[in-house]
Design a protein around this ligand. Structure first.
Ligand SMILES: [Zn+2]
Length: 500
């Protein structure tokens, strides 16, 4: 059997490293513009071929069941953790491997599901962006399309992509779809169900979020009447205090017509305001029921200092942020609905947990955890508090008590990672000697972090990472500052030289 050092793969990887090291050092200056561009293109091609290599690696990790051995839920999560990938990148690589990897089984090699696309990638002719768009186009083909037409569509897309631009692949896909299914007859319910989806994107720094998706005829059927009613010119206009806000409020025709004349919003803005009006006043919380023990509604938390100064941001249990002004308005207009306002002092102790006039002491622990931890506490988990449940940091079966000091928020998938088996995580509450006393430390299994040092999640506390970096920079500069101080002191104590 080959040893690690002389396996063909190990030899190739070390040659690749040596070549890339040489590339990093090599100067482009002696080359003409044409020569430089040609080399840049060649390097791009090799990078694309490397993508094919990485997809083969993904398939190999699955064949070896590496995630199962490490006790990790899925191959994507194993890749995410062991290669430090973003969730999107890990998911993308697994999707590519599903469609493009050549399967090596004992005694046989199975062709990829999309062989023409796989071949174009192995040749370095298409990039990951091309592949993403080809897979999207293939996914839109109706399930009942015959095999030859499907194959023709794949070859057509792969060939086009080998010379064309990723952004045009979508157009070609639409064109193919129009040809193979001109009146949409082949597209069935199962195809539509496969394509459905709605994604609420990450909230940007400016507070805005993208909402994109494809909806089924059924959702369209119930959504359109809402738009028809609430997105009419004059309805739900936030800039117009006289504009009717809700269908519950009886709409006076003259008042609506007058409001419509003043309405300068675009159709897209009216649709946005209609959805807001609908969710704010018409989605009945009593019908939505409860979620993790709290009625479905908006939980808004803020600090007393921010509330008093009317500055800073409030956070919601679903992980969003609002300005303090917006939060106070939302909580105040809630009336008897299920919006909660929680105010905490600077030490994180709850001062006010309000729902209308009712005290909510029995929910205090969960609300306090929402305010203090803001989300799942496992390092790098982005699940907001609305997706997390209250768990014991030291398990109840091991003597952990149901005190706030032993409780923590964790999302279901992270909580499932905590166990004594292989690949299991452990949780501890950090003591006063830690830089983060009272927080929950997570100890990763060795394949993620061999050091065994507990780590906290900074994702929901972005200021912390900043503070730690600043203090590291300050301590790095400390000797420099000391020297400067000593030099200044010496200058002051030394008498000026005599001018005589
Ligand atoms: Zn989590």
């Amino acid at each position: 059997m080959e040893s690690r050092e002389d396996s063909a793969l190990a030899v190739a990887v070390s040659a690749l490293r040596a070549a890339v090291d040489a590339l990093l050092e090599a100067s482009p200056i002696p080359l003409s513009d044409d020569e430089f561009t040609a080399l840049m293109r060649e390097t791009e091609k090799v990078g694309r071929q490397l993508e094919a290599v990485k997809i083969g690696f993904v398939d190999e990790t699955r064949r070896r069941d590496l995630h199962g051995r490490a006790g990790v839920k899925s191959p994507a999560l194993y890749l995410e953790q062991s290669l430090r990938l973003s969730r999107a990148d890990a998911g993308r690589r697994v999707r590519f491997a599903d469609k493009l990897a050549v399967r090596r089984l004992p005694g046989q090699v199975l062709e990829a599901e999309l062989p023409a696309v796989a071949e174009a990638q192995r040749a370095g002719d298409i990039s990951a962006d091309h592949v993403t768009r080809i897979l999207q186009a293939m996914d839109r083909l109706p399930g009942s399309l015959d095999i030859e037409k499907r194959e023709a569509a794949e070859v057509c897309l792969a060939e086009y992509a080998s010379t064309g631009w990723p952004d045009d692949v979508r157009k070609l896909g639409d064109d193919i779809l129009r040809r193979v299914d001109p009146d949409g007859k082949l597209c069935g319910d199962s195809d539509r169900q496969r394509m459905r989806g709605l994604t609420l994107g990450t909230q940007r720094v400016d507070g805005m979020s993208a909402l994109v998706g494809e909806i089924t005829p059924e959702l369209r059927a119930v959504f359109e009447p809402v738009l028809a009613k609430l997105a009419r010119p004059g309805m739900c206009n936030p800039e117009d205090p006289e504009s009717p806000r809700t269908t519950v409020e009886s709409v006076d025709r003259e008042r609506l017509e007058a409001a419509a004349k003043r309405d300068t919003r675009t159709a897209a803005q009216r649709a946005h305001d209609a959805l807001l009006g609908f969710l704010r006043f018409e989605a009945d919380p009593a019908v939505l029921g409860t979620h993790r023990g709290l009625p479905v509604g908006t939980v808004v938390t803020m600090s007393l200092t921010d509330l008093e100064n009317r500055s800073g941001v409030a956070t919601t249990a679903t992980g969003g942020t609002l300005s303090i002004g917006e939060a106070v308005r939302l909580a105040a207009e809630a009336g008897d609905s299920t919006r909660y306002l929680a105010v905490f002092d600077d030490a994180g102790m709850p001062l006010h947990l309000g729902r209308g006039n009712n005290r909510l002491a029995n929910k205090a622990q969960r609300l306090a955890l929402i305010a203090a931890e803001k989300g799942c506490t496992r390092p790098n988990c982005t699940a907001p508090a609305s997706l997390a449940a209250v768990h014991h940091a030291t398990d109840w079966s091991k003597g952990g008590r149901t005190d706030i000091e032993n409780l923590t928020l964790a999302c279901d998938s992270c909580h499932a990672l905590v166990h004594d088996g292989p690949g299991g995580w452990r949780t501890v509450k950090l003591g006063a000697d830690s830089p983060f006393p009272g927080r929950t430390g997570w100890i990763a299994p060795p394949h993620i972090n061999p050091s065994g040092v507990p780590e906290v999640n900074h994702r929901h506390h972005p200021g912390e990472v900043m503070a730690a970096t600043v203090s590291r920079i300050q301590s790095r500069n400390e000797p420099e500052r000391q020297r400067l101080k000593e030099w200044l002191n010496r200058r002051r104590s030394t008498p000026p030289p005599s001018t005589e």
